[in-house]
Design a protein around this ligand. Sequence first.
Ligand code: S3P
Length: 210
Amino acid sequence: MTAALGEGKKGDRTQSLAAIRDALGARSIVLIGLMGAGKTAVGRRLANRLDINFVDADSEIEEAAGQTISEIFAEHGEPYFRAGERRVIARLLETGPQVLATGGGAYMNADTRAAIKRNGISIWLRADLPVLLRRVQRRDHRPLLADGDPQVVMRTLMDERYPIYAEADITVESRDVPHDLIVTAVVDALAEALGRKQRPADQAEPSKVR
Ligand code: S3P
């Protein structure tokens, strides 16, 4: 029996999750978005719900380098980090299905965007500035926020990055609600987008879901 995509009611959830896994095949679900968007927290729970692996690109970079991201930035500089980030994500994308959380700058690289298009379905967790600021101010491990006013830095990054993030297959609003509600919104958006792609008569791109 083939599970149906796009089932929204609670009783159909299990079937819908199985259908998402079927439609995904060996591709990765790739979470993109600014620092504080919830990529890791939502990604972990999403993988758990879909019963597939979760991998965090930043942790993999740290493991490959034997250094924290702050140490990599301080010792080698940002371009070195970005080159490593591109290589690590290309490698990770070879092994799906999985949920892959990427660092906020990763999707800005054209090679990485192309690799994600080939091997994954991209989901932009979009959040407004106050939500992002509240979340990033709780932690101090991010080198881009180590100097300067976080509000100015984040606003600048939003201006630079949001037009590129908007190329993602799916957009989900990362509101200030429990992560599990965001996960449900992501699952629903995935079911809709993958279901649409599956229908042979409908070649339209997956919709932007907000
Ligand atoms: C960065 C975001 C960080 C990390 C690095 C650079 C960015 O990841 O990759 O500090 O350029 O936005 P998170 O988005 O997971 O915080």
